[in-house]
Design a protein around this ligand. Structure first.
Ligand code: PLP
Length: 415
């Protein structure tokens, strides 16, 4: 027997420890397309129930948009189901090139290369363009996939305190001898919903001769006047050397990612990035859908504008009701509860009332910073948000946390 009882015991113990520490992850089962209202079965096998979804990355409401589905169907009909190849052998169709061109145009860069996912883009890009003579200086809160990509790269690593420009400047000064300095940040940070100070970062990059890398996964399609991203918002369009982003969030929500930026960087990725060279090409059906998404959001800012309106309503509603939220302007709105169990209890009560939102606590967020992260979508109508707000207020009253300070909530519930 290869999987012997003693080996099984090891994993049983590990899993038991994960459960005991309260971080065991369960999947909630959805039996409908992704949307502002979904049918769920939770726990699996129980009766189905309709809930309002407040935690998808479906920012523009394009995940199940009829035009996108129609385009995907066309892709399936005219370009087939799968490519059975990586890009550089026989996995590149005309629609893949079209999508790369559209992304370049939309992001305001020089060139773009698709990856199977943004996780793969981040895993491949650093190793492809940096050597041990270079240094990567990353914000301490960058996404896990960036951390992994940095691990795979032999350049030196360093970091700066979250969004702390003085600290970043010190690090840039310290590393003036390196061949290349690469500043690394997320555009919008997924847990707090805050934006990187890209204008300042670009200024520092110019002053200390550094390159700038920004992961725009939680920005592409809706941050900035025309939704191009954080760089548009801060007026530094064309000044970001490397952008990575995902097609798995606002841009249709299926899958895929890219590296977009200086054409030499993209060319290096085509030669050397391992997830591009060694993993299968994005299927035609997804590429066709994504092409349509880019066409829709380049045609009109209607969805991005509606998302902004929904965001303003939601942030104002929660604040006036007496919740503590993380200030900001993104559609990522964390409702701060501090205590882990409280975040779970409120999420459970919301679910009872037909609102799907998830409590996050350590180690997903720092200890004592438990929260329910809500995310807005252009697919939300006012009646969805009003119902969700009512449910939040009902829960807030029941648990006695409205119009309380952080200190008062902590005194009541502990950390
Ligand atoms: C979601 C996310 C990713 C991963 O994107 P996938 O395309 O799903 O692999 C990478 N970076 C950031 C910042 C993200 O939020």
């Amino acid at each position: 027997m290869s999987f012997s009882d003693s080996i099984r015991e090891i994993y049983k113990k590990d899993l038991e420890n994960i459960r005991r520490s309260g971080i065991y992850k369960d999947e909630r089962i959805i039996c409908s397309p992704q949307s502002s209202e979904i049918e769920v079965e939770f726990p699996y096998g129980s009766e189905q129930k309709k809930v309002i979804n407040m935690c998808a990355n479906n920012y523009l409401g394009l995940s199940s948009h009829p035009e996108v589905i129609e385009a995907a169907r066309n892709g399936l009909d005219h370009r087939g189901y799968g490519m059975s190849s990586v890009r550089f052998i026989c996995g590149t169709q005309d629609i893949h090139k079209q999508l790369e061109d559209r992304l370049t145009e939309f992001l305001g860069t020089e060139d773009t290369i698709l990856f199977p996912s943004c996780m793969d883009a981040n895993a491949g890009v650093f190793e492809a363009v940096l050597t041990p003579e270079d240094v990567m200086i990353a914000d301490r809160l960058v996404h896990a996939s960036i951390v992994d990509g940095m691990r795979l790269c032999k350049a030196q690593t360093d970091n700066f305190k979250h969004s702390n420009m003085e600290h970043l400047e010190q690090k840039l000064q310290f590393h003036q001898k390196a061949r290349i300095r690469l500043i690394i940040t997320d555009g919008a940070f997924s847990m707090d919903g805050d934006l990187a100070k890209l204008d300042k970062i670009v200024e520092l990059a110019e002053k200390y001769d550094a390159m700038v890398f920004v992961d725009e996964s939680h920005s592409s399609g809706f941050i900035g006047k025309t939704g191009r991203g954080t760089h548009e918002h801060f007026g530094v369009l064309g000044k970001i050397d490397i952008i990575t982003t995902t097609l798995g969030k606002a841009l249709g929500g299926a899958s895929g990612g890219c590296v977009s930026g200086r054409k030499e960087i993209v060319e290096m990725c085509r030669q050397k990035a391992r997830p591009y060279l060694f993993s299968n090409t994005i299927p035609p059906v997804v590429v066709s859908g994504a092409n349509k998404v880019l066409e829709i959001i380049s045609r009109t800012t209607e969805r991005r504008d509606k998302l902004e309106k929904n965001t303003v309503f939601w942030r104002k509603g929660l604040t006036e009701a007496g919740f503590i939220i993380k200030e900001g302007e993104t559609p990522i709105v964390p409702v701060m509860l501090f205590n882990a169990k409280l975040s779970q209890d409120i999420a459970a009560m919301l679910y009872e009332d037909g609102i799907y939102a998830v409590g996050f606590f350590f180690p997903v967020v720092p200890k004592g910073q438990a929260r329910i992260r809500t995310q807005l979508s252009a697919a939300h109508e006012m009646h969805h948000l009003e119902k969700a707000l009512d449910a939040f207020i009902k829960a807030g009253k029941k648990f006695g946390i409205l119009h309380k300070t952080k200190q008062e909530i902590i005194e009541q519930y502990g950390l």
